[in-house]
Design a protein around this ligand. Structure first.
Ligand SMILES: C[S@@+](CC[C@H](N)C(=O)[O-])C[C@H]1O[C@@H](n2cnc3c(N)ncnc32)[C@H](O)[C@@H]1O
Length: 226
């Protein structure tokens, strides 16, 4: 999944799609991924990020771990660290540019680790090494709104089945309701459990994208799966 959302202008655009509803191939695609192990070789930089995480876990005594996948500039990771002082927050993004924005390293709370890595490798490495999370946040993943983009959405990606055992509770947020509805359908195929998408009632923005979408009056949505 590469990044297609770098401009601020893009951030406040309403998502438009050529899909009428849940993608017609979603069911087949998820079933295929459930039956096949995703075995793509790990990239070196993702292995290095994972070793850093292992080292941090071994040398600390946090009560639990919270994962903030695709954390961008890590605003959410920092806020989660403040809200959960006894947890280690692991913020992950593929973009070093975003992770290191605005002197992030100096502002980083002690209980927050930022990793430059691809989630598809890091998630698998964690699970294979019995590292699981109390909570997992996937906040405003790229929507990939065209019908041909299905395989780039997390629920259409071969790594999707890994999410089932990676965290006790996974929270997604998006300004594109259909992304979350599809994720919920895919989750039901994976776990037989049904969860529904809700409107997000926002007091304070948790992420930069959330702040931008909310400032431009867009409706925001939330899906929590367990
Ligand atoms: C729309 S931004 C949202 C960032 C942040 N969560 C927020 O709400 O402000 C999506 C982020 O996902 C990251 N990303 C996309 N694919 C990724 C992948 N496979 N692994 C890690 N990060 C990824 C991008 O670099 C980008 O920062």
């Amino acid at each position: 999944m590469s990044n297609n959302d770098s401009s601020d202008q893009y951030c406040s655009k309403i998502v438009t799609t050529n899909q009428a509803g849940i993608h017609q191939n979603l069911d087949d695609l998820v079933q295929k991924h459930v039956k096949t192990d995703y075995r793509k070789p790990y990239q070196e930089h993702n292995l290095e990020a994972f070793y850093l995480l292992q080292k941090q876990i071994k040398s600390s005594t946090y009560q639990n771990l919270i994962l903030d996948s695709c954390c961008g500039t890590a605003m959410s990771s920092f806020k989660l660290a403040e809200q959960n002082p006894s947890s280690l927050i692991v913020g992950v993004d593929q973009s070093i540019h975003r992770l290191s924005k605005d002197g992030n390293e100096e502002k980083r709370p002690d209980n927050c680790l930022l990793l430059r890595a691809n989630c598809e490798d890091l998630w698998r490495l964690c699970l294979e090494n019995n590292i699981t999370f109390e909570k997992h946040y996937i906040l405003y993943p790229n929507p990939w709104p065209k019908s041909v983009h299905l395989k780039r959405r997390w629920h259409g990606h071969p790594v999707f089945p890994v999410l089932k055992n990676l965290a006790k509770r996974t929270e997604l947020r998006s300004n594109w309701r259909l992304y979350l509805e599809e994720f919920a359908v895919a989750w039901k195929l994976l776990t037989s459990r049904e969860f529904t998408v809700d409107s997000l009632k926002l007091d304070v923005s948790l992420t930069l994208f959330e702040k931008k979408y909310s400032a431009s009056g867009q409706a925001l949505y939330q899906l929590i799966v367990e």
